[in-house]
Design a protein around this ligand. Structure first.
Ligand code: SF4
Ligand code: SF4
Length: 179
């Protein structure tokens, strides 16, 4: 375990990846890559025996290798932004981000395992990794997959400034956050 992983705000103690862990995460692309188009964000920061993401990507953009506890490494140059890997991750740790969707907005896609599913076109409260409210977003697409018992994927359009912060839709009763 690294020094980052032993910090009080690390995922080991909070269940949520810290800013330091994300900054050191090999699944998160460079700032330059986000400018070029949609890209996966593999926010996997714990060394656990897991690798479905590696086999889910037909472009070979995700590598775990051996031992299986290695953190997945994303090759942003190989990622075509298809989103196919998202529903394969049992840890719900993979997202798709299209930073420059418009001049002012980004698209963020994430797995969503709650019912009811949101309606396309609806405005919804969007939250961060802790589920706390950050900003309103518009549901652009909802799609069911055949993976992990039918995990749904939701795409929301959000203010661009939050493209690395918003990762879900707030559930009813989530009152903490920046709102
Ligand atoms: S978004 Fe597509 S190309 Fe990129 S890592 Fe996931 S499966 Fe591979
Ligand atoms: S499938 Fe998810 S939890 Fe497993 S190694 Fe890949 S990103 Fe991490």
């Amino acid at each position: 375990m690294s020094a980052i992983g032993n910090a009080a705000d690390s995922i080991k103690f909070t269940g949520i990846a810290s800013a330091e862990e994300l900054a050191a995460c090999p699944g998160v692309s460079s700032a330059e890559r986000f400018e070029k188009g949609p890209v996966a964000v593999v926010e996997c920061v714990q060394e656990i025996p897991c690798n479905p993401c590696e086999h889910a990507c037909s472009s070979g953009a995700i590598a775990v290798g051996q031992p299986i506890t290695r953190l997945p490494v994303l090759d942003g140059a190989k990622c075509i932004g298809c989103g196919e890997c998202l529903a394969f991750c049992p840890g719900l740790a993979i997202f798709l981000v299209h930073k420059n969707y418009t001049d002012t907005s980004s698209l963020v896609e994430f797995p969503y395992e709650y019912l009811p599913l949101p309606e396309e076109g609806a405005m919804v409260p969007c939250g961060g990794r802790d589920g706390g409210f950050i900003a309103e977003g518009k549901v652009v697409k909802v799609r069911r997959t055949r993976h992990n018992d039918g995990t749904a994927l939701v795409v929301v359009e959000i203010p661009k400034e939050y493209f690395m912060d918003i990762r879900t839709i707030c559930r009813k009763g989530a009152v903490h956050g920046r709102g």
